[in-house]
Design a protein around this ligand. Structure first.
Ligand code: ZN
Length: 254
């Protein structure tokens, strides 16, 4: 009987979704138009998104608007080499992706996740083949209680389900609550997150000599993921890659 319960649960969820779709037809998260299934976008919604494609910086994934030779680095990576091994993102952070991510993060639109997963798996295809574990960037518990879920952890679980790479949800934790970084410049962001993370002692031995992928929703200046990478490498991680749903891609944030 024990084996049947997940199946029954899934069937009940499917039935609920069908019932909901009849009462509240699924709508595009960007345009509000009625679409075929929950979490999908209308053609106009798609047009609001900019997917990152080559050419981009070999290191941080910053998209170039001109052709470059293979293995080219952006100016920021040459001047200040990041602590991580590589970073990739599915989307440029713009009007469309911002609305999607804010809805997902603060608006309970977690039904968008199945739509995001294939984009992330494509953007991170190379790093995912080498990864031992996925690790979400943690929220401080006070923020987690307020928000009820960590969007990075949901994304990591979605990717794990698709690829089979296991997630270590609690491997990294915040040592203190940090103010939101929305309006901070790069230097303030770095100060804001300095020494704000630590490894959960139970996971220290699991991380040693492993290739890890840090998961977050948005890469802005890289301050948070660089700080997390330092902590993971200090604990003995062999390599740390970064995979985010979107990244800021205008000048000055390369
Ligand atoms: Zn770069």
């Amino acid at each position: 009987m024990k084996n049947f319960s997940p199946l029954l649960k899934k069937e009940a969820q499917r039935w609920m979704m069908r019932a909901l779709d009849t009462v509240l037809p699924p709508r595009c998260a960007l345009t509000g138009q009625i679409v075929e299934a929950q979490g999908t976008l209308s053609p106009e919604g798609w047009q609001k998104l900019e997917f990152i494609t080559a050419p981009f910086c070999e290191n941080c994934g910053f998209p170039f608007s001109f052709e470059v030779q293979e293995h080219t680095l952006c100016a920021a990576c040459i001047d200040y080499p990041p602590s991580y091994d590589s970073a990739r993102a599915a989307l440029k952070y713009g009007d469309g992706s911002r609305d999607l991510i804010l809805g997902f993060k603060h608006g309970d639109k977690t039904h968008l996740l199945p739509g995001f997963v294939p984009w992330l798996c494509r953007a991170g295809a190379q790093m995912l083949t080498q990864a031992d574990y996925l690790i979400p960037v943690p929220l401080h518990y006070r923020r987690l209680v307020r928000r009820r879920y960590n969007q990075a952890a949901l994304i990591a679980q979605g990717i794990s389900k698709e690829t089979g790479v296991p997630v270590l949800i609690e491997a990294l934790r915040r040592t203190r609550s940090t103010p939101p970084q929305g309006y901070m410049n790069a230097s303030d962001r770095h100060k804001n997150v300095r020494r704000a993370f630590e490894i959960h002692p139970l996971y220290a031995s699991m991380i040693k000599d492993k290739t890890l992928i840090l998961i977050d929703d948005v890469y802005t200046t890289g301050a948070t993921v660089n700080e997390c990478t330092k902590v993971l490498k200090k604990a003995g991680a062999k390599a740390v890659h970064i995979l985010t749903l979107a990244r800021v891609a205008h000048d000055g944030f390369g």
